[in-house]
Ligand binder design. Structure first.
Ligand SMILES: Nc1ncnc2c1ncn2[C@@H]1O[C@H](COP(=O)(O)OP(=O)(O)OP(=O)(O)O)[C@@H](O)[C@H]1O
Ligand SMILES: [Mg+2]
Length: 576
């Protein structure tokens, strides 16, 4: 509840003028609505019953004018409420999104990727919807309830018992319905989460599903989730549709009671016909206000759930900006891992287990290890994509957790395992590394990455289009473009996570030699599964199950490390 109040408060504070305008419109709307039944009573009692055409005309015109004003201010209020809720949803999405962007890998793993996706879209949508309902109901309903009660009693106090009983009955009935709706609404949200996850997995895994002939199984899995979702939605819908008829039936029955009771009073000469009409009108408004208030009580739980889920993202502590530059001077840093361990939530063993390794300034350090041995996790530390659970990573002797992530990253070029490319042109992709680079610099970087040939082969050259995720390039071409982007940056530190896995050994050798020649002063960390990628490194660390099992050069490891020999032998590069 605190989270929801906080989000609503932030939304209201963000645009005080819109809120003020909204309140003015909303007040005008309530007052004009309240005026109608009184005018109606006047036109009947003073005009129609007395046959006074003049009064009928005047009051009638007044009623038309009030109705027109009511329409205009109601439209204005709805417009401002939509505007306010949509723009605060935009701000909230922005906040959630930028916060997620600062998460470490462990934080993403803890909250779950799919869930983060739903939180920044679906849950924000819930808050947007709630804000709109809250705005339109919370000002209007209590005012209308109070005003209509006062006016109906002043017009026809004899009707008080009917109003009271009808109000109680309505609260009871709508309350029962809302109580049934709330748990199903929460269940619906969870079902949406699940079906999103299944759908995501299936869309991402289409090739795998097809090669392993899992279509039928996946179809069945989706059908189950789909049926469950439908079932929950139907149950929810069946209860929800009862709300409006309940309000209508109670209002109409109460209207009948007022008319019947009124007839008796009119017969006795204690009331006028117009007063009955006014009482019926106010009764409708009272019951409408009551049911709106009950309904908002029903949407609160769902909004609270969403607000809590959003707040969980917003309060997650992200890397503080640290003490930029403190103590760091040299251009190419020495990177030291000092007994670092990293675990992921839900895993039994740490992904990186007490690793100590020194990567001297201006040297190439290779990390060799099979899949899952912890290479990527270790490489995520100097860039602060993750912080170690224990141990320290030093950048030229300074603990990186004391350095601003932005400062560290600005001096580093990272090439990830996925060789991420974005939609746009080749030049767009390369200039991510250095926005002001000239075409000549781009070509040079491509040359270092042995990518010049295939870019030249495209008629548009640097302006060749890159499709989503770079799918119109081969895996090896993507890797070379990603490397060229890194080269363009002229970083002090290269962090290369298996960057050559899709290259043949000859191209790989060429690229490594080019890179060294182009930036002899840079410090390079390179992880790989293949011996050929690291054998020319100044130092090689061999990883197994998150532990560092051997350190040396290609030469020393071949004599000292059985594991290294085994890997090298298996990859048949012993005499290459
Ligand atoms: N985001 C994550 N959430 C949960 N566990 C993770 C995550 N990232 C890595 N791990 C776990 O950490 C261990 C080491 O993974 P890591 O990606 O560092 O291995 P790797 O050596 O890079 O493997 P590969 O050569 O396949 O890329 C694995 O057991 C993996 O399951
Ligand atoms: Mg990896």
């Amino acid at each position: 509840m605190r989270a929801l109040v906080g989000l609503v408060g932030t939304a209201l504070r963000a645009s005080p003028w819109v809120v003020a305008g909204f309140v003015v419109f909303q007040l005008a709307s309530v007052f004009t609505s309240l005026a109608q039944p009184a005018l109606n009573a006047a036109i009947i009692d003073d005009g129609i019953l007395r046959g006074d055409v003049g009064t009928i005309k005047v009051v009638g015109l007044l009623m038309v004018a009030v109705a027109v004003v009511n329409l205009a201010v109601s439209l204005g209020a709805t417009y401002l409420a939509s505007h306010l809720s949509a723009s605060s949803a935009r701000d909230l999405r922005g906040r959630v999104n930028s916060r997620i962007g600062m998460f470490t890998d462990q934080q993403v793993a803890r909250l779950g990727l799919s869930s983060l996706l739903t939180r920044s879209t679906g849950d924000v949508g819930q808050i947007q919807g709630f804000l709109f309902i809250f705005l339109t109901v919370v000002v209007t309903a209590p005012l209308m309830l109070f005003g209509a009660l006062v006016l109906s009693l002043s017009q026809a106090w004899q009707m008080a018992p009917v109003i009271f009983v009808a109000g109680l009955v309505l609260v009871a009935l709508v309350g029962v319905l809302v109580r049934r709706i709330v748990p199903w609404a929460a269940r619906l949200q969870r079902r949406l989460d699940t079906i999103n996850r299944v759908l995501r997995e299936q869309l991402r895994g289409i090739p795998v599903i097809r090669t392993f002939r899992q279509e039928a199984r996946e179809r069945a899995r989706f059908a189950v989730e789909n049926d469950e979702l439908t079932d929950v939605a139907l149950r929810l819908g069946r209860t929800q549709v009862l709300l409006l008829p309940t309000v209508t039936v109670v209002s109409n029955l109460a209207g009948v009671a007022v008319a019947a009771l009124g007839a008796i009073f009119v017969d006795r000469g204690q009331m006028q016909i117009g007063q009955i009409a006014a009482a019926v009108g106010y009764l409708g408004q009272i019951l409408l206000a009551v049911s709106l208030l009950t309904v908002i009580a029903g949407v609160i739980p769902r909004a609270v759930t969403s607000a809590d889920r959003i707040a969980e993202v917003l309060v997650t502590e992200v890397l503080d900006s640290g003490d930029a530059e403190a103590g760091v001077t040299s251009s190419a840093p020495a990177v030291v891992f000092d007994a670092v361990s990293v675990g992921f939530p839900g895993a039994d063993a740490p992904a990186v287990d007490a690793i100590s390794l020194t990567c001297a300034a201006g040297t190439v350090t290779g990390l060799l290890g099979g899949t899952g041995s912890g290479k990527s996790t270790l490489l995520s530390l100097p860039l602060r994509f993750a912080d170690p659970d224990s141990g320290v990573v030093r950048w030229d002797g300074t603990d990186v957790t004391g350095l601003a992530p932005a400062w560290v990253r600005a001096r580093t070029a990272f090439v990830g395992q996925g060789a991420t490319l974005v939609t746009g042109t080749i030049a767009d992709n390369l200039r991510i590394g250095r926005p002001d680079a000239t075409d000549e610099q781009l070509w040079k970087a491509l040359e270092v990455a042995a990518a010049r040939d295939f870019v030249e082969a495209r008629p548009e050259g640097l302006d060749a289009r890159v499709a989503q995720e770079g799918r119109n390039f081969s895996g090896g071409q993507r890797q070379r473009l990603a490397l060229a982007r890194a080269v363009l940056r002229r970083p002090a530190l290269y962090v290369l996570d298996d960057p050559f896995s899709a290259l043949d050994v000859d191209t790989e050798r060429e690229v490594i030699a080019n890179l060294r020649r182009a930036h002899p002063e840079a410090t390079v960390l390179i992880a790989a599964q293949r011996v050929s990628s690291v054998r020319h490194a100044d130092a090689i660390g061999v990883l197994e199950d998150g532990r560092l099992v051997a350190v040396g050069t290609d030469e020393t490891l071949r004599t000292d490390s059985e594991i290294y020999r085994e890997i090298a032998y298996a990859q048949a590069v012993t005499d290459a």
